[in-house]
Write a protein that binds this ligand. Structure first.
Ligand SMILES: Cc1cc2nc3c(=O)[nH]c(=O)nc-3n(C[C@H](O)[C@H](O)[C@H](O)COP(=O)(O)OP(=O)(O)OC[C@H]3O[C@@H](n4cnc5c(N)ncnc54)[C@H](O)[C@@H]3O)c2cc1C
Length: 664
């Protein structure tokens, strides 16, 4: 049955033009063509084959990753790929490697925090990979609380150097990707000490290993922190441990764009505003939101295609059993995730715009929108990565037992994705930051400070406190304004209730700690409002393509009404809607699931994932699941021999009763 499209009937049901949807998903025709070209290039290259990685031991896996990273670099140079194309190539290679941190953290840190001279000194080396760098911030004893880092960088007046030191075990750098075995250099975060005075945490460029023999430089203890979750997943990465024993670096290796230490040992702020550093954070987090939509789309694509292939029960007079995708329970679990993947895509697209806007404003020394943009990206990072991580696991369950097989691709995807909830800011810690921002915005309402951007709705506090939904029929929930108002009223009331409860504490910080769980719920409501609003705004744009906009409208309503249904307690307890209106929303949701059903396969085809990138037999484009699952099983190393290693040693004596019976 090779070459047969087992999902052809499903594809024929689609009520929209999938090629146009592919462009909407990609963001532009250019982005689509680029992704399409590079993903096929990677898929057709045997070096990038990845179907065996989960059976490799750690050392083999690591070597395999080094080989792929080197091959990627070779192809990038041979083909003369630009930065955007090179990034795509590494993405589709789909195996975490030291290059992710080199390009994703080390180079941006130098660009963002280095002076022009420092950039001229280090970037040409990094850009040619003559040096390989990582980002060493987290320590064994300190993660979220960056101000608690213990590594020190003490200025030595005599030699014009900084002395890097790890004074305690807990100050050991712990986690940086690429550090363990490969990086030659690192951007190290350490407390700046001048004449016994602590100036807080700053970034320094430190060389870790010799460029001749790759051995650690004197005073440096360095290694890998060991196996992580899953079989392959992040184990292809050398997350590392690093200790400094009075290691000297020249003074000009402190990243000095924002603040500097002079030859005389004076600490001075440069004319560059320190807020610029936050701009980099907005940049990194908008990429994470975009990646959340990609990760979720992969899981949803696998679960949707397999749900159309898989049949259980319902056979009458010898007819086929029912496709599991036709069960309403399957739809109610799967379609909100499909809608979320699209919703996060558009939220990511908007964040990209926000980053450009913030950067332009910063260059014009306008910092007014930065705190809001910062809170917003922190919140969306938290929301989207949490939903994507949980969503991948839900997709595994949606695929039943076969979802638990490595060859489904889902265990690997889950294991490799979930740390996104922790790195670049623990998701709970980030929501608490959003909550702080919301509480501040509310406290300033009376002093005439108008909230900006995504918090502007708080400025309509009186109106939102009066709000009562006027929904009378299920279809009323399809009106964008009805949905947005309900979400605004819910978010505003939850935040205002927190602010009111906080005001009862004489010490606001005690109140914040005590009410932290309520505060993150309010922050979540705020972030969900942002995603719903951005999806609706996207639909107000001109979206070409036969039936494309209609499908997106259905998905947008599913996203919003599913959230409303899931958080019905919030909407009811804040008095935004009545129980009757809540059940009308649910009625509408059921009808939307039926509308999306015939389009489900085409909607996941629009992600344009190659079979290589999906890495899943259940999610194969052609739906030819069973023969391929069967074939794959035989490839397992355990099936290399009929009689397994160890049988004669341990099992045969047992069967032949040759073990000495003790007291049985
Ligand atoms: C795969 C992976 C790759 C990484 N790569 C790098 C890297 O390249 N470079 C680097 O420097 N670091 C890296 N890290 C480290 C990462 O940045 C930290 O793990 C992250 O910042 C969280 O810090 P933590 O681990 O100390 O968690 P903790 O802060 O100790 O969190 C533990 C728990 O406490 C909770 N918590 C913490 N503070 C608060 C609070 N104020 N209020 C309420 N709850 C709180 C958290 O929600 C969490 O549940 C990586 C981590 C992983 C998993």
């Amino acid at each position: 049955m090779e070459g047969v499209d087992h999902l052809a009937d499903e594809r024929n049901k689609a009520q929209f033009d999938v090629s146009d949807m592919k462009i909407v998903w990609a963001g532009s025709r250019h982005a689509y063509e680029l992704s399409d070209r590079i993903s096929r290039l990677v898929a057709s290259d045997p070096v990038f084959k990845k179907d065996n990685v989960s059976t490799l031991g750690r050392k083999e896996l690591f070597k395999n990753t080094l080989k792929k990273a080197a091959h990627a670099w070779k192809r990038i140079n041979e083909l003369g790929l630009n930065e955007e194309e090179a990034l795509k190539l590494r993405t589709f290679m789909d195996q975490p490697s030291f290059t992710d941190l080199h390009w994703g953290m080390f180079v941006p840190a130098i660009k963002g925090q280095g002076t022009d001279e420092q950039q001229q000194q280090w970037l040409p080396l990094a850009n040619k990979m003559q040096i390989i760098g990582c980002y060493a911030q987290t320590e064994l004893g300190h993660g979220s609380n960056v101000q608690g880092l213990e590594t020190t960088a003490t200025f030595d007046h005599k030699t014009d150097e900084f002395v890097l030191n790890s004074p305690t075990l807990t100050s050991s750098k712990w986690w940086p990707g690429g550090l363990g075995k490969i990086s030659t250099h690192a951007v190290v975060y350490a407390r700046l000490i001048i004449d016994d005075k602590d100036y807080g945490v700053h970034g320094f460029i430190a060389q870790l290993r010799s460029l001749n023999d790759h051995l650690p430089l004197p005073g440096i203890t360095i290694g890998d922190i060991g196996m992580k979750f899953g079989s392959a997943a992040y184990n292809s990465m050398d997350n590392g441990v690093l200790r400094f024993d009075h290691v000297r670096i020249p003074r000009n290796q402190m990243l000095m764009r924002v603040s500097q230490v002079t030859r005389e040992g004076k600490y001075v702020h440069s004319s560059v505003p320190r807020q610029l550093v936050y701009g980099t954070m907005v940049y990194v987090r908008q990429i994470i939101v975009f990646d959340a939509s990609v990760a979720l789309s992969r899981a949803v694509c696998i679960a949707t295609r397999y749900s159309a292939v898989r049949r259980q029960f319902g056979s009458q007079n010898g007819s086929h059993e029912t496709q599991v995708i036709d069960y309403k329970t399957q739809q109610a679990r799967l379609f909100p995730l499909l809608a979320s993947a699209y919703a996060f895509r558009f939220a990511g697209e908007w964040l990209k715009w926000l980053y450009t806007d913030v950067t332009e404003r910063l260059q014009a020394k306008d910092f007014s929108t930065l705190p809001e943009a910062h809170a917003c990206t922190a919140g969306l990072k938290s929301l989207t990565t949490s939903v994507a991580a949980d969503g991948i696991e839900e997709c595994r369950k949606l695929c039943g037992g076969h979802g638990y097989l490595s060859s489904s691709g889902l265990p690997e995807l889950f294991a490799v994705y979930i740390p996104a909830c922790t790195y670049e800011g623990d998701n709970v810690v980030l929501l608490l930051q959003v909550a702080r921002y919301l509480m501040k915005a509310i406290s300033q309402l009376n002093s005439g400070n108008k909230p900006v951007g995504t918090t502007a709705y708080l400025g309509r506090k009186e109106q939102l406190m009066q709000y009562r939904s006027d929904v009378v029929r299920a279809e009323d929930w399809l009106k964008p304004s009805v949905v947005v108002e309900a979400f605004e009223a819910r978010a505003a009331r939850m935040s205002l209730a927190c602010a009111q409860n906080l005001s009862k504490f004489s010490n606001p910080e005690d109140g914040f700690q005590e009410l932290a769980a309520d505060l993150i719920e309010a922050a979540t409501a705020h972030c969900q409002l942002i995603v719903v609003s951005k999806f609706i705004e996207k639909l107000q744009q001109d979206i070409p393509g036969n039936g494309v906009k209609q499908q997106l409208q259905v998905l947008c309503s599913i996203y919003a009404l599913f959230l409303l249904h899931k958080h019905i307690g919030d909407f009811l307890t804040t008095g935004c809607i009545t129980p009757k209106q809540g059940s009308l929303a649910n009625e509408q949701l059921r009808s939307l699931y039926s509308q999306v059903r015939p389009n489900a396969i085409a909607l996941v085809d629009a992600f344009n994932h190659t079979d290589h990138y999906l890495g899943s037999i259940l999610g194969r484009y052609d739906g030819n699941v069973y023969p391929k699952l069967y074939e794959e099983a035989w490839k397992d190393p355990l099936n290399d021999t009929v009689i397994p290693d160890g049988f004669h040693e341990y099992v045969e004596p047992l069967l032949k009763q040759q073990l000495r019976n003790a007291r049985l």
